[in-house]
Write a new protein. Sequence first.
Length: 307
Amino acid sequence: MKNNSKIDMDNYFYKYTDTEGAKKILGNLQLLYTSPKEFDDPFDCKLGLRSDYDHEKFGPLFLGKLFLLLFSKHRPELLESSVRKNEILEMWEKDSNEEKIQWLKELRTSWEREEVLSQVEGRNENAINLIMSKYRVFCVSKIHNDLLMWAHYTDGHKGAVIKLIMPENPPGCWRFKEVTYADEFPIHNTTDQMVDSMLGLWCPNPEETAKKLLFTKSDHWQYEQEWRDITKFGTPDNFGEGKHCFEIEKERILAVYFGLEMKNKDREEIMEIKNKKIPHLEVYEAEKDKNKFKLKFKRLDESAIGG
């Protein structure tokens, strides 16, 4: 799949990868979108969702909305997601107001205790299962010289970082955007929404739930300055071993940065790919700074490779 949108030369990002990944991107002109199952961080895309649940607020809201439903002049139109749709409709049809009031009083305590938190847990599990089976992620950074990312994602500095320009309209199902870093899980729904969901007046969107999970990470990772593009397909079979590739125009690949520990053989192979497929590709080599804990990069020409 190829995207031929206009190239914005200022909209560049950096992909950290091992040598094999670098050769595939440069040689095949493809970006690899991977399954969240392969992420090292056990929280990444697998975190829970908080509900803004207020115990004191829940009772009056629940009773008030249920009261309005039971005494409505018109038959309530409830979604199938209502956990007790049939009971509510049966009670609405009764003529005895006293019976309705008594049922309403008895219902609140047991319903809240048994079903509020179990609904939240069920939605979390459903959202995570959806993510693992149908979504694939392409991750890039706004920086190319971070020591931790070079260690984590380039096979201990043996790999490379590729500078590229993302399409104006990437292939993902949502807008290509920054990751949100936080010290708490994102809020899934409010107390009002929980009440409406239980009564069948509102239904949470699993896509929006998945979106929150896919674009939220612990603030421990904020040094990565990560951006993501997310793809989704109808069935897991479309991915093949949890991966999916999208073509990228060679004009969008601007530079490659060799790691400190990259082997000469890999350097030579990448240079051969450059000469055959991406002649404009700039090549840089990492060096240790002599005074600080940082990397420096010097521009190489063809004669400097393999020597």
